[in-house]
Design a protein around this ligand. Structure first.
Ligand code: BGC
Length: 964
């Protein structure tokens, strides 16, 4: 083909390329992570978990070995002196869950590591670039950081009728830097919400530091790299301290009269406190520590006049000073005091446990814990779409989508001009802001202009709102769109999912679910971001967690919440309704509920399955065991019980399921998951025990619930769903219950009637039991109640109720006080979209092996449009899904054109995939690309093995001519 001088040239080039390839191998490590984070600056574990991704330049590549090396400094690494660890070549295909087992790492030590991998042909890659982690400091022993507070304690606000919104405190300290800095790390904890600044500039882009915990026992601290913020000579570290979850308004405390004096605030204590330690490492090897103590000065006359998570912020720019710069004169500021010296005060605390006296004074948290989750920060900026003027001088900015976060205000105003921002999720029919569903959350920010002639810019720092609309008043003239931009806040869990199909309403539904997850993964998984609730409800978390894992990398985020959950566990062993748990709600003395408390078992189980981490099991195990002991003590005869809060199948459509059945179903399910986790971690006796418990509860469930004909007696849709989902039926009895479920759906005019618990598994059990057609019909249904119903009624997020708002009835169907427009629970259908419709599933924990089972609608013999699709929806003739799994990106796509179904898959390097194709037999399948290997020919559903790389397969659906 090639002739003349080109040929030798080409050959030479190919030789060079091949040489480079063979030298570097066909696999390269990428995206190194430590403890599931890209930046881990306070790693507590002596054996942190390391992981990396793989990039392949040919298909079919597997990692046959790896080598990790670790140095105690960048210099040493640069000189090939890996003094902490050299794993040597380890013949192992693992790329996640690799524990560091090198020399012990000293506290607050920087560690530099890299990895290389061997490909299928046993050729090593180049070494990866260096990655970095830092071990946790020994904060109590190392340095003299003290908890400090303002020296003038605040009065205890006792009047429930008026809001109490004290100004934020400012703490400052000036210090000298005389040497060349190598690195500076600020360790910061607070009983409150702290924002650090250095030399007049914010020292971190993170919000709500240090994070929510039960502060009386445990507080998080953050490790912040502040190297770029320091300068030679004098420096000033400032900390603005607001009430946060510690002493500000939390949840529905004010609404329901919980907390000290029934006021809904001071749930953990009265006076915020802060603890900080700045460690500066110099090039000459010396260190300098600047720590909070009583040499710090404080003031409460700064610009932040109000700062409350629920109520909003008030910022008076006239008070802004360069207070956190060295030249500022703080001689009139007061001296900070050790927090323990602030006189304590007691108050009657009210909640459904009953009234008791609590001490609201400082209590040093028993534990300081490094924040294990990605921080909350701005992850996206949105521009408003349009402005209306519903009444004279009042402007409404519409961001076009419901989200959680803040705005940035850019204004040129007169000195003292007051601009008020109110937030809402929707408008009333007259175009005014709808705020009734916020209940007691005032959600109002106020900005007082300094009058700077060049204009001024501000964003609230100590609050967030759930909203689509912002009402602005106090402007002197009609604003333009650039007055505001929307700042989307979220615990920065990297997004891992993409989904598109031929039904635009479903595409919007997917975006809504994605958006609603963002809005509610803010430090903890909250139920909603807008009203006075924002609590980490367990039921919502357990039904949604599997969907969440498709949407984003949530391991570290949920690890944080599981700590909060363990801490919230009651002395009886029960997991309460939400975590953190600062106030008891519901049934007095029994603050738990079936299906909600089981999150304590379901969530670790899901994290283990998806991310392959058995550590998460080990960490939760003692707590889960206590919980199961509690569950077993509730039901010594293995029967379901009705005790605790009766949320049941919450928000079902007049189709309630007896609580005892729900309880038994979840008791059995928890026992089964415990058995699986016990097995995975070598707890053989426990495995046998929980398998026994499962069998006993299952037997009792069948006795109580399943009739002679194998159906669920007096069934609700949810009862059938739970029986199928958790295997609570006689052997071989699933099809009877599946038929029964389909009949119930048909009788209900093809509508679901399930609540939180049933909805999550409704489509999965239908698809699993041969009724994928019905699952698809419900999925695409536009009629009430359905996933698409809110979308066709204008939703840009997932609503608490299917009919939270309707075009015909507005908000009329529900009391707006219990009507969140950003509630992820019903978004739990993503799990089915990815796992059952696109067919991306795990075959082994951590996706080490994957299972591809794509499931297009069954082909109808006579028409292109399948008869089972929802009548008003377009045919579902293609789906494209991609998922950045823990082991790499998995793609599954299918497309139906006339009589042909085409499938495309991408399998990440190092992963084995099983593919089950929906075709009657392999004779109708053509392998177009990628060399899928057929396993078990002539045995029904074609079953292939796919190696890493791209694969295309075509299924011929042409009906065979009966006459032939
Ligand atoms: C929350 C729910 C939660 C429920 C308990 C509500 O107020 O918003 O999502 O699970 O209470 O039934």
């Amino acid at each position: 083909m090639f002739a003349g001088p080109i040929k030798p040239l080409l050959l030479a080039l190919m030789t060079v390329l091949c040489a480079r390839h063979s030298q570097a191998g066909n696999l390269a490590p990428s995206k190194l992570r430590c403890e599931h984070l890209e930046t881990a600056l306070a790693v507590e574990s002596p054996h942190p978990i390391l992981a990396w991704g793989l990039v392949a330049n040919t298909s079919g590549q597997f990692q046959t070995a790896y080598q990790i090396r670790v140095a105690s400094s960048r210099d040493k690494a640069a000189h090939d002196r890996f003094d902490l660890w050299d794993s040597g070549k380890v013949s192992d295909s693992r790329i996640t869950q690799v524990a560091y087992t090198g020399k012990p790492v000293k506290p607050a030590q920087s560690v530099f590591w890299q990895v290389r991998v061997w490909d299928s042909a046993n050729v090593p890659s180049e070494w990866s670039p260096l990655a970095h982690w830092k071990s946790a400091p020994n904060l109590s022993a190392d340095g003299d950081a003290q908890w400090i507070s303002a020296s003038v304690p605040r009065p205890l606000h006792q009047d429930r009728q008026t809001l109490h919104l004290p100004p934020a405190l400012q703490f400052r300290k000036t210090f000298e830097i005389a040497n060349t800095i190598r690195r500076a790390t600020l360790y910061l904890s607070a009983l409150g919400d702290a924002a650090p600044s250095l030399n007049g500039k914010p020292a971190s882009e993170q919000y709500f530091l240090p994070g929510w915990s039960d502060y009386r026992h445990r507080a998080y601290y953050r490790a912040l790299d502040v190297t770029p913020h320091l300068q030679p000579g004098p420096n000033t570290l400032g900390i603005t301290l607001a009430d946060g979850w510690y002493s500000g308004y939390v949840g529905y405390g004010l609404l329901l009269g919980y907390g000290p004096h029934k006021g809904g605030r001071y749930l953990y204590g009265k006076d915020p406190a802060v603890l900080a330690q700045l460690v500066v490492e110099f090039e000459n090897g010396n260190r300098k520590t600047v720590a909070t103590d009583s040499t710090w000065r404080w003031n409460d006359e700064g610009p932040v006049r109000e700062a409350d998570l629920l109520m909003g912020e008030h910022f008076d720019a006239r008070n802004a000073r360069a207070w956190d710069t060295p030249s500022f004169d703080d001689s009139t500021w007061k001296k900070a005091v050790p927090a323990g010296t602030v006189p304590s005060v007691t108050a009657p605390f009210h909640d459904t446990t009953g009234q008791r006296t609590v001490d609201l004074g400082f209590k040093k948290p028993d534990t300081l814990q490094s924040y294990p989750s990605p921080p909350v920060r701005v992850v996206e900026t949105l521009q408003p779409k349009h402005i209306t003027e519903p009444s004279k001088g009042v402007y409404l900015f519409d961001f076009g989508t419901n989200f959680a976060g803040n705005v940035q205000l850019k204004v040129r105003g007169d000195r003292g001009q007051k601009i008020v921002l109110r937030y809402g999720e929707m408008l009333h029919p007259d175009g005014s802001l709808m705020t009734e569903n916020l209940r007691k959350a005032r959600a109002t920010d106020t900005y007082i202009c300094s009058g700077a002639p060049e204009g001024e810019t501000w964003t609230p720092r100590f609050t967030y709102h759930g909203f689509q609309f912002v009402e602005v008043s106090g402007l002197r003239s009609k604003p333009s769109l650039d007055l505001l931009s929307g700042l989307v806040l979220q615990s920065d869990t990297p997004i891992t999912a993409a989904f598109e199909c031929s039904d635009p309403v479903i595409n919007q539904l997917f975006r809504n679910i994605q958006r609603t997850q963002r809005s509610n993964f803010i430090d903890i998984p909250t139920d909603c971001p807008q009203r006075d609730e924002r609590l980490g409800w367990l039921g919502d978390a357990q039904i949604y967690i599997r969907s969440a894992t498709y949407h984003a990398e949530v391991f570290a985020f949920f690890t944080k919440w599981l700590s909060d959950l363990r801490e919230a566990q009651r002395s009886t062993g029960a997991y309460p309704d939400y975590a953190p748990y600062p106030m008891a709600h519901g049934e007095s003395g029994k603050p738990f509920s079936s299906g909600w408390m089981d999150a304590g078992v379901i969530c670790p189980h899901t994290l283990w399955k998806v991310y392959g981490s058995t550590d998460v099991i080990d960490r939760q195990w003692p707590s889960m065991k206590r919980f199961m002991e509690f569950r077993e003590s509730l039901s010594p005869d293995f029967k379901g019980v009705s005790v605790g809060n009766p949320w049941g199948d919450w928000l079902n459509q007049q189709d309630a399921t007896p609580i005892e059945w729900i309880d038994a179903a979840y008791f059995a399910h928890s026992a089964q998951l415990m058995a699986e986790m016990a097995e995975a971690t070598g707890r053989t006796d426990d495995a046998a025990h929980y398998r026994g418990v499962f069998e006993k509860v299952r037997t009792e469930f069948i006795r109580a619930v399943i009739g002679r004909d194998g159906t669920v007696s007096g069934a609700s849709q949810t009862a059938c769903v739970l029986a199928l989902d958790f295997g609570l039926h006689p052997k071989g009895g699933a099809s009877v219950i599946a038929d029964q479920l389909v009949k119930l759906i048909e009788k209900n005019d093809f509508r679901m009637s399930t609540g939180f618990l049933g909805t999550r598994s409704l489509l999965p059990v239908l698809s699993k039991n041969g009724r994928h057609d019905i699952a698809l019909r419900l999925f695409q249904s536009r009629q009430f109640p359905s996933w698409c119903y809110p979308v066709v009624n204008g939703a840009t997020s997932v609503w608490e109720r299917w009919d939270s708002f309707t075009k015909q009835a507005g908000f009329g169907r529900h009391n707006a006080s219990m009507n969140s427009l950003s509630h992820y629970a019903f978004g739990a259908v993503s799990e089915w979209m990815f796992r059952d419709l696109a067919g991306i599933n795990l075959a082994e924990p951590g996706f080490k092996k994957i299972r591809l089972v794509p499931a297009p609608p069954p082909k109808q013999p006579t028409s292109e449009v399948t008869a089972t699709e929802s009548p008003s929806a377009p045919p579902l003739n293609f789906v494209k899904a991609s998922y950045d799994s823990p082991v790499g990106t998995i793609v599954s796509e299918w497309k139906r054109e006339m009589d042909t179904l085409t499938f495309r898959f991408v399998v990440p390097p190092n992963v084995d995939a099983d593919l089950l194709l929906p075709a009657s037999d392999s004779n109708h399948v053509t392998v177009v690309k990628g060399g899928a290997a057929l396993l078990k020919p002539n045995e029904g559903t074609p079953h292939y093995r796919l190696v890493p790389g791209e694969h295309v397969l075509r299924v011929d659906e042409k009906p065979t001519d009966p006459k032939q």
